[in-house]
Ligand binder design. Sequence first.
Ligand code: WTA
Length: 647
Amino acid sequence: MTDADIYPVPTNWAKDARVDAETYAQMYGRSLADPGSFWLEQAKRLDWIKRPEIAGDWSFDEQDFHISWFRDGVLNVAANCLDRHLEKNADTVALIWEPDDPAAEPRRFTYAQLHAEVCRFANVLKAEGVRKGDRVTVYMPMIPEATFALLACARIGAIHSVVFGGFSPDALAGRITDCDSSVLITADEGRRGGKRVALKANADAAADHAPALQKMIVVKATGGDVAMQPGRDIWYHEAAAAVSADCPPEPMNAEDPLFILYTSGSTGKPKGVLHTTGGYLLWCALTHEVAFDYRPGQVYWCAADIGWVTGHSYIVYGPLANGGTTLMYEGLPNWPDASRIWQVCDRHQVEILYTAPTALRALMREGDEFVQKTSRKSLKLLGSVGEPINPEAWRWYHDVVGEGRCPIVDTWWQTETGGHMITPLPGAHALKPGSAIRPFFGIDPQIVDADGIVQTGNPAEGNLCIAKSWPGQMRTMWGDHERFFQTYFATYPGYYFSGDGCRRDTDGDYWITGRVDDVINVSGHRMGTAEVESALVLHPLVAEAAVVGFPHDIKGQGIYAYVTLNVGVTADDDLRRTLAQWVRKEIGPIATPDAIQFAPGLPKTRSGKIMRRILRKIAEGDTTNLGDISTLADPGVVEDLVANRVG
Ligand code: WTA
């Protein structure tokens, strides 16, 4: 690496940012040396009904495995995100909503208005029988009511489980059933890129396979024609008209569950990541303030979907806990054209933008004119999340979008971690395109080799583990605590294993290299290869399937499926299209395979294990370097796979 690849902290940031290099060193050091007092002090940024006296109480050891933070504290998340701002900031705009259609009017909600909306929503839930601890599934488009719904659950102590609006009825039904949720909040339809998304129709189809479901609360978003089932379905606007806007927040223990969010793992069905109340909220609030150097009054836009953890932590909980102004956008970054994202920045004078590399790569391809015809003068800081950002996209973000004046904050974290884990702080760290730079307060990253040996010294490369608990850590997998332990703590005893590969350079800066397990990161969305495989083998003509990731220019990784058909079935392009559609219908559009190769046989060891290493190489087009194939039951299949590669 040359010096030209290092971007020093700009002088004004070093001078004015909340955390400069010295403060970072001092705070980071204290957070590891004396976590108890460090975190009890940080906890003061929240409004507690009963202030905690215990910080972290945890052990990653199998014998004594437990994780808790602030377990003697009592608070309410919605009260922290709303009520406590009312005294001074009732008229501050909390939420700006930018509609899909650029000609439609944005909506704005002050803290006072948002508070009233959330209380009303909470009373509707109560009227439908929802109580503390009940699970409520949320299947919503990107409309303000989605935010109301989350905070309404938090207000009454119900556990929300948001299912991304792009998931299929089957995927939705599976998630409703897994957490035994009797209430679903949805909308008639969503809008995205000028098209309508049939959410209510999908929810109806899901309900047929989700016996636990008893009530559906339907928000009228587009006014589209939908069927309402009497006794089960309720229009939100009708129910809301019948309740008051006064709803006291439920006192919650810091360790009471706040939400479940399903995410893909390397094996089996999606797992319900569970986050709790106190530690999670503190983590969101602190990271949002420090990593983005957020100041109340600034318009902040996280362009994620509320269906992913980024939407939870950084559209809703972090910014609102900080009394900020959060922008929520209904549509797509490149619709009606590739200027839209920058036009939204201009329209609302966005100062901080947080988006994903996949969006940047897609926009970059359209050419700089789409950016340059907008002003973007309001932008001060640019964030990135979801996948490794390639240096080319990083430089484009920095030079073209930010005109060289905005630090790029590349935040590495996961659904499981609740919020940022490794990220530069804009006033403290010199930047390097593609590096997530340094651990956040309290985070003790360790790079471990395949044998579990911790790599001390720099440079180092291996698997990324975290040696100590942090407040935002997930607490369990819904309904399967044993799987929680096995998935994250069994591989390297005493450590949380992230599933990511990582390099630490000679300066001590961290570079995330991508997943080392069977999870593919498609456009910043996690997809388990096992999920796509099970969808494929459900098709009556398919005998067997193996799925791997391969490098994709825009998506980061694409989905490559090897499919063995039943004997006598003709393999042709029609069937290829049919199977791609099939997966789309089974899981959702994000799971659609980019390439399907028909394979008479898959490379298996004598014990029947598919050797994915070989399949990955072939999908990548790296067929000259397949390594040792002598352990295969039938090395002959490899030749056919190489010859019929799709690319
Ligand atoms: C990847 C999204 C490199 C990583 C917040 C992780 C990243 C997975 C970055 C989690 C980044 C996320 N640099 N890789 N800045 N951010 N990842 O659960 O592989 O949807 O394990 O959480 O995304 O995805 P998840």
